[in-house]
Structure formats: structure tokens, C-alpha cells
Design a protein. Structure first.
Length: 380
């Protein structure tokens, strides 16, 4: 790479960075030297893999990675679900590998689903792989830190021909055929700083590794064309796809009832979310016409307790709301508790899917899955 190219990338990264001038931002300023060291280490690591000095392992199947540059909150999990369904419906023997963030069981290979039955508890596997398994009948989902090991297990056991790496953009030890980089249009680069000063997991020059950039929550972007131009400044050869999320159903948590999203129109709801971008959930509810009386916001991947559920239910009754509405990722954890149903105020989860748009913003098609045939059965 020439010196002029490095200068160009650095200039583009400074352009993309958003200055954080809040009081909290100034308090984090001492972390900036650590962020710079972290950035140098990540650049060096990527360069070693690119030059073959660090070895990548291969699988005897197609590998598609879906990942992001920031810590959480980009809408990556709905994209993985939609992609897995689309490949399954086209006759591919597809499986999903996830690291299982914040999972309790540390086994090297943990089957969340064999494609027919769910196994264990979302606390064992992590909430996101459990949700992916629940939403993708016919698709094995396995958790493990050693992605090549898990991939070989899936090929040997299920004869899969396609593996999706959930949150695999930084996992360079496994060679992939396609790298989909997901950016949240409402906060694509966090505050513009690398860890630990900010939320970026890699320098923005890493966009150049992507096969395609998938911009989610396009309707929440203040300046979508500017964002696309900035991405192009860093990676001019990488195509940009645009998506937005639409609600497809509202499902009773702990039950089997399902209604159209229009059922929330005009209703007073208590929102409950433990996701990376809670404001996006509030906006989704507003988009279907719900009135959010209050929003109980928990940390991403929050581990709920029976006491916490009790407090949520009591708050809803005191506020006089029509429903408690949560996200799918939170629902897989809340449905494990007694008392989530058969109460005066019921708990419901919004089920959504991404719409896929082209580079020019025209609708190319929908990844919405059809013919689900209900949820997977449970196997313990």
C-alpha cells in the first residue's frame, strides 16, 4: 500500500469521525492513547492475514460472514435470520455459527438447534443464537468460539453446503466467500473513536475488506446520501445496499397468539428492551401507531430475573397500558419465567424483517420468510 493511499484512508477516517463534545466524552478523553494503540494493533493484525503471514483456515463449503464495526445495535441478527431463511428457501443446506455472547455454558461446541428442535435455554447459548434458531426452522444453529472447528462439525454432521458466521467480520482466522458489513444508519460509527474510547471495533479502513456494506434503519438516517459518500471515500469498490426494518407480526410471549402490527395502532404500551439500540425499537413501535407510555431500557443482552419481570408487570398495571411490548431478542428470555402470561397486562413481542434495497434506493425485493409453519418444538 502506497503512502498516498494511507494518507487518503486516514483523511477519510477523520471525515467520518463524529466529535464527542459531551461531558461524558471529555471524561473518556484519557482513553484516547489506548484507542490509538488498539487501532495500530488491529491494522497490523489485518495486514498479517492479508499477506498470508497469519494462516486462515478453510471449510469445504460456502462461508458467508455477517458482522459490524461497532459494538452491537446495528440490526445484524434480523439480517442473519433473513439471509438464513432466504438461502434455506432456495434449497441450500445452510447452518449458522455464533460465538454466543454472554452465554453461560462454555463448551467448545453447543448445539442450539438441529433444525427441528431447540435445545437448552437462551442463557446457555446466548440470546441471539437462541432467537436465530427459533426463527429459522430447518437451519442448524451451533455456538462455539472456534469457528473452524464448529464449521467442520456442521459439515460432518449435517452435510451443510453454506455456513453463515454471525458476528464474524473480525474473525479473520476463517476464510470466507462473502463478507457482509452491517452499518446502522442512525449511528454508523458510534462516536467515531475506537475501543476503549469509543464503540468502533476496527479502524474504518476495515470497510475495504467487505464484499458489501449493508446500511440498516435507512429511515432513521439524517443524511443517507452523505453516509454513502463517506463509505465510498474509504472503500470506493465496495457496493452499498440499503435496508429498513418493518414489523411483520406481534406475537404473545409465552403463548401462541399472533396479531397484525396494526393491532397496536392507538394502543398505550409499555416498551421493554435490552438491545444495543433501544431508540430504534421505540421508533418501530411509533411507526405502527402505538403510544409508548414508558420505555424500560436494559443493557444489551440483559439477563432478566423473575423479580425484574414482576417489576415490569406491576409498572404496566400501574400505568394502565393496554400491552407490554418487547423485542424478539428479549422475548426468548422473558418467556422462560412463570407469570409472563395469564396476567391482566399481557406481554407481546414485535416480529420484524428487513427489506432489501439497491444502491440507488430502489426496492429490489424482500427477504421476508414465508411458510414458517410455526415455531420449533423444544427439546431438553
Amino acid at each position: 500500500m502506497s503512502g498516498s493511499r494511507i494518507t487518503s484512508l486516514e483523511r477519510a477516517e477523520r471525515l467520518l469521525a463524529v466529535g464527542d463534545r459531551t461531558p461524558a466524552g471529555w471524561l473518556l478523553a484519557p482513553l484516547l492513547p489506548l484507542s490509538r494503540l488498539y487501532g495500530l494493533a488491529m491494522r497490523a493484525r489485518a495486514a498479517l492475514y492479508a499477506r498470508g503471514l497469519l494462516r486462515q483456515q478453510s471449510l469445504p463449503c460456502r462461508v458467508i460472514s455477517v458482522g459490524n464495526l461497532t459494538l452491537g445495535g446495528t440490526g445484524k441478527t434480523p439480517v442473519v435470520i433473513a439471509l438464513a431463511k432466504a438461502l434455506r428457501d432456495r434449497g441450500r443446506k445452510v447452518a449458522v455459527i455464533s460465538r454466543g455472547y454472554k452465554r453461560r455454558r462454555g463448551t467448545s461446541i453447543l448445539e442450539v438447534s438441529d433444525g427441528h428442535a431447540l435445545r437448552g435455554h437462551p442463557g446457555d447459548s446466548g440470546d441471539e443464537p437462541f432467537l436465530i434458531a427459533q426463527r429459522c426452522p430447518g437451519v442448524p444453529v451451533v455456538v462455539g468460539a472456534d469457528r473452524p472447528l464448529v464449521g467442520r462439525y456442521l459439515v460432518d454432521r449435517y452435510r451443510v453446503d453454506t455456513v453463515i458466521l454471525d458476528d464474524g467480520y473480525q474473525h479473520l482466522a476463517l476464510r470466507r466467500d462473502m463478507d457482509i458489513l452491517v452499518l446502522d444508519a442512525s449511528a454508523p460509527f458510534g462516536n467515531g473513536y475506537l475501543l476503549p474510547r469509543g464503540r468502533l471495533r476496527e479502524p474504518l479502513s476495515a470497510i475495504g475488506r467487505a464484499s458489501a456494506v449493508l446500511v440498516t434503519r435507512a429511515s432513521q438516517a439524517g443524511r443517507l446520501e452523505e453516509l454513502k459518500a463517506r463509505v465510498t471515500a474509504v472503500a470506493p469498490m465496495v457496493p452499498i445496499w440499503i435496508t429498513d426494518f418493518a414489523a411483520s407480526a406481534v406475537v404473545q410471549v409465552g403463548g401462541s397468539a399472533s396479531v397484525e402490527p396494526s393491532a397496536l395502532k392507538g394502543q398505550r404500551v409499555l416498551a421493554v428492551s435490552g438491545i444495543g439500540n433501544p431508540e430504534s425499537f421505540r421508533r418501530l413501535l411509533a411507526a405502527v401507531g402505538a403510544t409508548v407510555v414508558d420505555h424500560c431500557v436494559f443493557a444489551d443482552h440483559h439477563a432478566y430475573s423473575q423479580d425484574a419481570l414482576g417489576r415490569i408487570l406491576r409498572s404496566a398495571e400501574q400505568a394502565g397500558v393496554d400491552r407490554i411490548v418487547t423485542t424478539e431478542k428479549d422475548a426468548v428470555k422473558l418467556e422462560q419465567f412463570d407469570g409472563v402470561k395469564n396476567r391482566k397486562v399481557e406481554v407481546w413481542a414485535v416480529s420484524g424483517y428487513p427489506l432489501l434495497f439497491g444502491c440507488n434506493g430502489s426496492l429490489n425485493g424482500s427477504w421476508r420468510g414465508q411458510g414458517e409453519g410455526g415455531r420449533l418444538g423444544r427439546s431438553h
